[in-house]
Every structure is written in structure tokens, then in C-alpha cells.
Design a protein around this ligand. Structure first.
Ligand SMILES: [Zn+2]
Length: 415
């Protein structure tokens, strides 16, 4: 008796060798994935129905077995393959699937994409995803083809990159693995027994179904992606995030919510796509205060945890309305600023750029809009400016947040 699992292997290998057998009795040489003689091949190509994208095509395979007179051996018998034509309207990956309704029939169905020349020469590239795998590279043209083998699942898939406008042929055939042949086919003591297997073939756009393998190192993760269907592969490296930058570190209060955008760069200085992290902002982000932006990494970056950065919303400033001279002093008046402020700071200096000798006076109520300063030198020029402040609690501690300084106005004190 033939070694059953070997029968399928032989079927594939012999497809790419020249096939001589002409009898319907399936000697090993008759495990053809294509009509065995040149005329039949040409004919099958000529008459191949064109399958459109996403359109289902029903086929049925007639398969059988033959037993020799002594019934000491059992041979598989096939009818010629189903050949379909497909012409892509754009370049890309396409997938062909074959669906067999009879799941437990131990059927093997294979199909291949190939260009016409390669099919005529019985050359095509075969990829199996069954219990064993083999790749057969023949010609350059044929390397675009692919086939899939499947025994126990209902659907077999194969995919390849196809070119727009080119004609491709999908070759499908069923091989009967005769584990249960006597039971299912009721083979006579001698002779043929056939079984018809309906199937549906469909071609659609292929999306890679990647098997991902990742390798983690202290400062990066490498990932390798291999498509389970078409064997397309690619790889990526994910370097540890290093810097988090906000589009603004501080804002001036204007009653609107502030949410600075974030930029994350890895240890190589390369920007990390926002698809790899979620950004959250601490509550509010409207009133004067200090806020935290947290970036939590996900997907391949998840192992690197999170990063955070703070930004502030400072109170709105004020302007000095006037400074009037007094005896060894002055009186400064400013515009009231009561929204999101606690009070004011008045600063004066003999230096126009406030580089040295600055004195600061705090005005603790935001309703107050003037301050008199005395006990200064007489007949001396002073520069005066004002800013607002607000006390906020940050991590349980009182912190003052300030507006920017107003423009300075000068005054010369009286005698
Ligand atoms: Zn793929």
C-alpha cells in the first residue's frame, strides 16, 4: 500500500518535473497539478474562465481511487485541474482562497498563481502551509506564484504580489488522501471509485497576516513580521523613548483650555509615531496652575512605560497706568486684574533694565490698584513695573505663579 502522506508530497514535486503519464490510473506520475499533455494545457489556458475580484467561482473536483486486481494496492485518480484566469486592475497583493464544504473528506486542494509560460512548462512556485512545507523556485517569472495546501481546514489560502494588467492563472486540484477511502467511496474489489467534491474559489485583495516575533533588549525591541499566507516579511526596531517635548511649556490665562501637543523622540533622536502612545492631561488645564501631560506607551513601546512633563498656565498681567513723584518716593497706579489672580508685585530699580538693585513690594489683594513707596533717595530716577500672581497648590505645596512684568515707567523722586 502506498504511503499515504507521501502521496501529496509526490504530487507537488512531480508537478514541476515533466509529466509523461497519460493513463487515468494514478501512477505517481499522474499526480498532476495540470493537464498532462501540452494540448490539454494550451486548451485549459485558452478556455480558462476569468475570475473577477471578490467574485466566487464554484468548481467541483472528481476524485477517485483505483484498486489493482489483487487489491494489494490502492491508487489515487484525478481528473484534470481547474484553471481560472485572473487579471488584476492594480498592482498589489492578491489572495486566492478555495473553500471546501466537506471538511472531513481528507481532501487536499492546491492552487497556484502563475503566468502562462510557466504553467505550460509546469513551472510554478509552490508554498505549502500544511503539515509540511516546500518552496520550489523555477524561473524568475514563476517566482510570483504561490500555492497553498490544506487538508483539515475548510479553506486554503495563497497570496502573491501581482502586476496590473497581467494575466495570471489559478490552478486548483484536489487530491484524495485515502485514509477512509473504503468507507467513503465503497470501492469495489477491483476498479474505479469516484467522489465529487464541490468547492468555491475566490480572489480578493490580500492583507498580510503577520506572525510577529519580537526580541527585547534593554534599549530597544526588534520585531520580525512574516506573513502566514504569502511569506512576505519585514522588520522594525523600536528604540527606547528618550525625550518628551511639549509644544509650549507655559501659557497665559485667557479662560480657554490649554493642551500642548507632544513630541516624543527615541534614543536615536527619531520621532515616535503617536500611534504608539496615549496622551492624558491632568484635570482642568484652564485656570492658572501647573498641569501634567502623561504619555503612556503602547504596542511595541509598551514595555518602556510612560513619560510625563508639566506646563503652567500663568495669570494674566497688568499695565502701569501712571507713576507720580512724591517726597523721596512715588505712587504707582495700575490696571485692576482680578480674574485668576491673588495680588500684585511692584518692582522698582534705578536700573532701566532691572539688572541690579531691584526692590519688590507685594500687594496681597487683587482689588488694590495702587501703591505708595517712600524712604527712597531724593531727586533720583526710578523705574517701576508691576506683575500679578496667584498662589496655587502643587503636590501639596504652595507655589506662586506670576504673570510677565508690565512695561516699566520711570519717575524722579522729589526732595
Ligand atoms: Zn501576505
Amino acid at each position: 500500500m502506498m504511503k499515504r502522506m507521501m502521496s501529496t508530497v509526490l504530487a507537488i514535486i512531480l508537478v514541476i518535473t515533466s509529466l509523461m503519464g497519460t493513463t487515468m490510473i494514478a501512477q505517481a506520475a499522474n499526480y498532476s497539478a495540470f493537464p498532462v499533455c501540452q494540448e490539454e494545457k494550451e486548451d485549459a489556458l485558452q478556455t480558462a474562465p476569468e475570475l473577477k475580484l471578490n467574485q466566487s467561482y464554484r468548481v467541483s473536483f472528481k476524485n477517485g481511487v483505483y484498486t489493482n486486481p489483487e487489491r494489494t494496492e490502492l491508487y489515487n485518480v484525478y481528473e484534470p485541474n481547474k484553471v481560472l484566469k485572473f487579471i488584476p486592475t492594480s498592482n498589489g497583493y492578491y489572495e486566492a482562497s478555495i473553500y471546501i464544504a466537506e471538511r472531513n473528506q481528507h481532501m487536499t486542494v492546491q492552487f497556484a498563481y502563475s503566468d502562462a509560460e510557466s504553467i505550460k512548462d509546469n513551472k510554478y512556485y509552490s508554498v505549502s502551509n500544511g503539515s509540511y512545507e516546500y518552496n520550489i523556485h523555477t524561473s524568475k517569472e514563476a517566482s510570483i506564484a504561490s500555492s497553498t495546501y490544506n487538508v483539515y481546514r475548510n479553506t486554503a489560502r495563497g497570496a502573491a504580489y501581482l502586476q496590473k494588467g497581467k494575466t495570471y492563472y489559478i490552478v486548483a486540484y484536489a487530491a484524495y488522501d485515502d485514509y477512509d477511502v473504503e468507507k467513503t467511496m465503497k470501492t469495489e474489489v477491483q476498479g474505479y471509485a469516484y467522489h465529487t467534491v464541490p468547492a468555491t474559489i475566490k480572489v480578493y485583495k490580500h492583507s498580510h497576516d503577520y506572525e510577529v516575533k519580537t526580541y527585547k533588549y534593554s534599549d530597544y525591541t526588534s520585531a520580525y513580521y512574516n506573513c502566514r499566507v504569502c511569506s512576505h516579511s519585514t522588520s522594525s526596531y523600536f528604540y527606547k523613548p528618550k525625550t518628551l517635548t511639549l509644544s509650549a511649556a507655559s501659557y497665559t490665562y485667557d479662560g480657554k483650555v490649554k493642551k500642548p501637543s507632544v513630541t516624543v523622540k527615541d534614543s536615536n533622536g527619531k520621532k515616535i509615531s503617536s500611534a504608539y502612545y496615549n496622551v492624558t492631561y491632568s484635570g482642568g488645564c484652564k485656570n492658572v496652575g501647573k498641569y501634567t501631560v502623561k504619555v503612556k506607551f503602547k504596542k511595541e513601546y509598551a514595555r518602556f512605560g510612560s513619560m510625563s512633563k508639566t506646563f503652567t498656565i500663568n495669570p494674566k498681567g497688568t499695565n502701569v497706568s501712571k507713576v507720580t513723584a512724591a517726597k523721596k518716593g512715588f505712587k504707582v497706579t495700575w490696571k485692576k486684574q482680578t480674574t485668576q489672580t491673588k495680588g500684585y508685585e511692584v518692582q522698582y530699580s534705578t536700573s532701566s533694565n532691572f539688572k541690579k538693585g531691584n526692590k519688590t513690594v507685594t500687594v496681597g489683594k487683587n482689588m488694590t490698584t495702587s501703591k505708595s513707596v517712600s524712604k527712597l533717595s531724593a531727586k533720583k530716577k526710578y523705574y517701576v513695573r508691576v506683575r500679578t500672581y496667584k498662589n496655587v497648590k502643587i503636590n501639596g505645596q504652595n507655589v506662586k505663579l506670576y504673570s510677565g512684568w508690565s512695561k516699566a515707567k520711570s519717575v524722579t523722586t522729589k526732595k
